[in-house]
Write a protein that binds this ligand. Structure first.
Ligand code: GLC
Length: 606
């Protein structure tokens, strides 16, 4: 298997022999018709060889010592903006013990490379892929952080914003000044008719705050492709020079000690007229090439697809065949959205369908599960599993526009005919008002995370959820927020609140201790390793979701009640009695009772 753990045990030349043919075949599919194809194949091979040889020895040893580390049940993730969490990289380093206490072993930091002045979409407009944003520290600080993280058995994951650069990146500046070579790094359409033709099939990502997919630039003499904000210029991957540069950027980050790269907006990297310019075959071939090249140069480093698409499309980012895999990891965006839908509707059905669908993924791919992140919850990603009416209901429910709703979220991006997406921290969306650890709202937060932690793959905690942190206050960094409502879920960490984590009688401590317990149980039970895919089982109540991980005596059944009513469901485990690993309740019956919003992780006992 291409993804076999023993590849890290091979020497660089052997890895090159094994995997270069895979990369070459993919590259020929993409660039084969170009007269300069051979030139670029050689150029890319040289980059990979040089950066493979430059890989520091301690990182090469790390590659060898941790085969398939990302598939281990003990890997629990945390995601944060460096500045919001800890000010800068040095501050962050001093907070690693906090993460360790929570049970975190995978740290995803949102973009921290040098980004454009002024609005930069939270760092997603990168001006230099080779250096850390000065506000956050230096490259040496990043390497120190990686080293400190590694010493604590923590893997460090960064964004590689691969679809675009900032409009002040050196390539963009050169392009604007008339340099033809760099102009070809971007996609510029001089003809407005052609722009209009493309737009017919394209979807606006930010219809309210940045409508359209092109931005007119006088200096560029046409419309520059800008899928996201006008200052984020899409890269032209039809030009192999771009692919070569981004490969080098990726491998340099790997050699700084980064253990994983989140490929931001991966579906968008290839465009073809007359299509929606998402999820195209060429994008997949380029990702399969990156996977092969990364495995050659830095075999312990993983790729994570950020593809917020329908589940069937997301699955394709693991690669179609085991000999041509793409990303090791992909966000289980469907399950995340369905979790919230089940909560709003009080029905387990949406989540059950998504767990079933997610289970039919390629065996070599691993999910990343999550409850909240820095972005909005996009309901249309649940089509066709959830009707448009239910999508609209969820959207209104979380915006607090439905009578009986407990949620205090906020609607984002209204497009005619589609449900607006949802912004807000989990605490706001589950309706945490006071700090009562015994409230239904606190139970709802625990429910979402207990289910997410029980699914196969890496669960990721969004910064602050472990202390039930609320939305960013309106006065927090007003400048950064602008009109983009996603800043609601990007508050500053409240360390005074976090100081209460030892007190289980206070809400922050109660939640922190629950999450830490989930992490401890995951680490102790083999059924939580990623190869044990979640299989839904029959539940006896419309609000109850049941699924099983693992086989036989070591299997675990997760039972979750998405309603505020007490109910019971059958137990599918063998054995005479059961034990709930979360509450330590035990029983003999073939049925278990679930309190309002309760989740149980059940094992059988003889
Ligand atoms: C991804 C990020 C999002 C960003 C966009 C453009 O979707 O998660 O925050 O705005 O890419 O880079």
């Amino acid at each position: 298997m291409h993804a076999a753990p023993d590849l890290a045990q091979l020497e660089l030349p052997d890895r090159m022999d094994r995997l270069w043919p895979v990369a070459e075949a993919c590259l020929r599919r993409v660039y084969g018709s170009r007269p300069d194809c051979e030139f670029w194949l050689q150029g890319i091979a040289r980059v990979v060889k040089a950066l493979g040889e430059a890989r520091p020895r301690e990182l090469a040893l790390r590659d060898q010592s941790r085969p398939e580390w990302w598939r281990t049940g003990s890997v629990v993730g945390y995601s944060a903006y460096v500045d919001r969490f800890a000010g800068d990289l040095r501050g962050l380093r001093s907070r690693l013990p906090y993460l360790k206490e929570l049970g975190v072993r995978y740290l995803h930091l949102l973009p921290l490379l040098k980004s454009r002045e002024g609005d930069n979409d939270g760092g997603f407009a990168v001006s230099d892929f080779g250096s850390v944003e000065p506000r956050l520290g230096t490259n040496a600080d990043l390497q120190d952080l990686a080293r400190a993280a590694h010493e604590m058995d923590l893997s460090l994951v960064l964004d590689l914003v691969c679809n675009h650069t900032a409009d002040d990146h050196a390539w963009a500046k050169a392009a604007r000044s008339g340099d033809e070579e760099y102009r070809d790094y971007y996609i510029v359409l001089p003809d407005q008719g052609v722009v209009a033709d493309y737009e017919k099939r394209l979807i606006d990502v930010f219809p309210d705050v940045a409508p359209g997919n092109f931005t007119y630039s006088k200096e560029m003499g046409g419309w520059v492709w800008t899928t996201f904000y006008p200052f984020q210029w899409d890269l032209n991957y039809a030009n192999p020079a771009v692919f070569c540069e981004m490969t080098a950027a990726m491998l340099r980050l790997a050699n700084m000690g980064v253990d994983g790269l989140r490929l931001d907006s991966a579906p968008f990297i290839w465009k073809r007229r007359g299509t929606a310019c998402r999820n195209l075959p060429e994008a997949h071939w380029l990702l399969a090439t990156w996977r092969a090249l990364l495995t050659i140069a830095a075999p312990g480093v993983v790729l994570k697809a950020e593809a917020i698409e329908r589940l069937e499309d997301v699955k394709s980012y693991f690669g179609e065949t085991v000999t041509e895999p793409e990303c090791h990891l992909a966000y289980n965006n469907g399950a995340m959205t369905a979790l919230w839908a089940s909560l709003a509707l009080g029905r387990a059905e949406p989540m059950r369908r998504l767990v079933d669908a997610a289970s039919r993924k390629p065996a070599w791919g691993t999910w990343v599960n999550y409850v909240r992140c820095h972005d909005d919850i996009i309901w249309s990603a649940l089509s066709p599993c959830l009707s448009p009416e239910d999508q609209a209901r969820c959207s209104s429910f979380f915006a607090g526009q439905v009578s009986g709703s407990f949620a205090a979220g906020s609607a984002f991006q209204s497009v005619a005919g589609a449900a607006a997406s949802t912004n807000g921290m989990a605490a706001a969306l589950v309706g945490i008002g006071d700090d009562d650890p015994g409230s239904d709202a606190a139970r709802r937060l625990a429910l979402l995370y207990a289910v997410s932690f029980a699914l196969d793959g890496i669960p990721i905690i969004w910064m602050g959820d472990e202390i039930a942190l609320g939305d960013a206050a309106a006065n927090q960094d007003a400048g950064a927020a602008g009109s983009d409502g996603r800043w609601l879920q990007r508050p500053r960490m409240d360390w005074r609140r976090a100081d209460l984590r030892g007190d289980g009688g206070a809400l922050p401590g109660h939640v922190f201790q629950q999450f830490a317990l989930y992490a401890r149980i995951r680490a102790a039970e083999a059924a939580f390793d990623a190869q044990h895919v979640a299989r839904t089982t029959k539940a006896d109540h419309v609000a109850v979701l049941c699924f099983v991980r693992g086989e036989g005596a070591s299997s675990i059944q997760c039972a979750a009640n998405f309603s505020n009513a007490r109910c019971s469901t059958r137990l599918t485990l063998d054995g005479g009695s059961w034990l709930d690993l979360l509450s330590q309740d035990a029983g003999r019956a073939r049925e278990v009772e679930l309190g309002p919003y309760q989740v149980r992780w059940l094992v059988s006992r003889p």
